[in-house]
Design a protein around this ligand. Structure first.
Ligand code: HPA
Length: 268
């Protein structure tokens, strides 16, 4: 195991002896408030965990929280770093590998995304069924050995998707489903890029998540991802995409529905 991962494990085990999380959670832009749902056992700033990124984007706190979300022991990453921050697709390598090494069998990713579908308005929640990596980048560049040839069929685990469908229905939240396309950012997309993305089969667009999915599948974790739709993608009407709007909508309508879904999901 990587030395940084070992150091993080030692640090976390010293703070939360005997605590074994089952599910890792990554909270996206504007969704950090969901950490408030967790009954905290320990909470550490990323700065105390070797290899963890120091988040440079507003709306990302940079804390790892261990605790219980309803009945489920979880390890929650409050904030992520992105490919566009340093031009490296593997910035979430240490966090994902630490969650796996801590015992998380499942990784639940959340993000803010733009919608390509007229009926999926800002405030909606979309469960990701598959993705398109439009950046040409991989967090596994430089890895050796056969394990790097990760199979990406059903990368978004069918059983978890079914459980999320059931949780959303019982929470009374409409859950959209669709394909997420990863653009590098940090500029938002052009209308022509969004038209192209639609023709390629995308339903939502964002600047994160896909590298974490690849890392998690490489680590053998099951993955699920939920997007909070914060805007219509460029050229599809509505406001111009902006980071402030992303944070505002994620923290309000969509974030509230996400909270309701997860409260049922983690109680079951
Ligand atoms: N594009 C890319 N990323 C995003 C968007 C968008 O329209 N909205 C929220 N994150």
């Amino acid at each position: 195991m990587d030395e940084q991962v070992q150091q993080c494990l030692a640090e976390l085990r010293a703070r939360a002896q005997g605590f074994v999380p089952e599910v890792g959670i990554v909270l996206g832009s504007g969704l950090g408030g969901l950490a408030g749902e967790v009954h905290v056992v320990a909470s550490l700033p990323y700065g105390e965990l070797p290899g963890f990124p120091v988040p440079g984007v507003g709306g990302h706190a940079g804390r790892l929280v261990l605790g219980r979300f309803r009945d489920t022991p979880v390890a929650l990453l409050q904030g992520r770093s992105h490919y566009y921050e340093h031009g490296r697709a593997d910035t979430m390598k240490a966090p994902v590998r630490v969650l796996s090494a801590l015992g998380c069998k499942t990784l639940l990713l959340t993000n803010a995304a733009g919608s390509l579908r007229p009926e999926m308005a800002p405030g909606s929640v979309m469960m990701v069924t598959d993705h398109i990596n439009f950046t040409g980048q991989s967090p596994l560049f430089g890895e050796t050995g056969d394990a790097r040839f990760v199979d990406m069929i059903d990368a978004y685990d069918p059983d978890l998707r079914q459980r999320l469908r059931v949780a959303a229905a019982s929470a009374g939240v409409r859950l959209h489903e669709g394909v997420y396309i990863w653009f590098s950012g940090p500029s938002f997309e052009t209308p022509a890029e969004i038209r192209a993305a639609g023709r390629l089969g995308a339903d939502a667009v964002g600047m994160s998540t896909v590298p974490e999915v690849i890392l998690a599948r490489h680590a053998g974790m099951k993955v699920a991802a939920l997007s909070v739709i914060t805007n219509f993608a460029a050229g599809l009407g509505g406001e111009k995409p902006s980071h402030l709007e992303t944070l505002r909508v994620a923290a309000q309508r969509g974030g509230e529905d996400l909270r309701r879904i997860l409260n049922v999901f983690f109680a079951s």
